[in-house]
Ligand binder design. Sequence first.
Ligand SMILES: NC(=O)c1ccc[n+]([C@@H]2O[C@H](COP(=O)([O-])OP(=O)(O)OC[C@H]3O[C@@H](n4cnc5c(N)ncnc54)[C@H](O)[C@@H]3O)[C@@H](O)[C@H]2O)c1
Length: 254
Amino acid sequence: MRLKQKTALVTGGAKGIGESIVRLFVQEGAQVFIADLAEPEGTALAEELTAAGGRVIFRRTDVTKADDVERTVQAAVECFGGLDVLVNDAGVTEKDDYCLENEPIEEWNRVMSINLQGTFLNCRYALPHLKKSKGCIVNVASMAGMIALRYCAAYCASKTGVIGLTRAIAADYATYGVRANAVCPGPCETPLLKQYFSAFPPEEVEAKVRRLTGPVGRMCQPEEIARAVLFLASSDSSYITGAAIAVDGGFTAV
Ligand SMILES: NC(=O)c1ccc[n+]([C@@H]2O[C@H](COP(=O)([O-])OP(=O)(O)OC[C@H]3O[C@@H](n4cnc5c(N)ncnc54)[C@H](O)[C@@H]3O)[C@@H](O)[C@H]2O)c1
């Protein structure tokens, strides 16, 4: 019960890695507020975990909209009486492979606004509450924030930005007792990756999976990312702030 009596807000918590984070946090004793666009999945997850004895609330939220994020943070604080942990997991990949000169400007803006601006907005509105609780932020970046992956410049730029934002918050808020860290997943079997691969023929998908897989030689499961997030959200990592931890099967090590 590493998050006993803790309250957490998880963006993107309705599906994929975010869903695994929500499930693990509840197992570890946290009360969890899910902020996501995916209403049916988010509502069903909150109902399932509440029926099993947890306290989980879903609010439909678009992380790109400042007023929506502000209301969600406020609602979480009102429901739970404060906020200890913010996890920024909501994110998207680009819809296709693009050379930068062909990148549609709307696609660049879409990726940046969800992945980077969404993370900024949630941090922006949660920080006053995290200062009160001496809480922490865990941002889900990507190995694409540490190194360049081919033909997804907007995604790489957005995730590098998330790592930079994480370090800036760590530097500025350590004196308030607030920590901020990032996890950088490698390819993980989730709806996001399935949707990305669905745009390509099967033989290309196989080559892509090989190209993205590190020395461990397989894609990861969402629970393997969730466990790293739990570590960074708990007091087990009390001296860690401003870190970007690769959870990528060794991809960025070689
Ligand atoms: N799956 C991977 O291989 C992988 C690898 C590295 C990093 N990541 C990162 O992990 C995070 C989770 O990815 P995933 O694979 O679980 O994806 P996913 O698509 O399975 O889940 C992402 C969630 O974010 C939500 N979301 C998207 N846009 C939103 C918005 N504007 N407002 C609120 N919620 C929104 C979606 O509804 C969804 O529930 C993302 O930030 C992603 O970039 C994933």
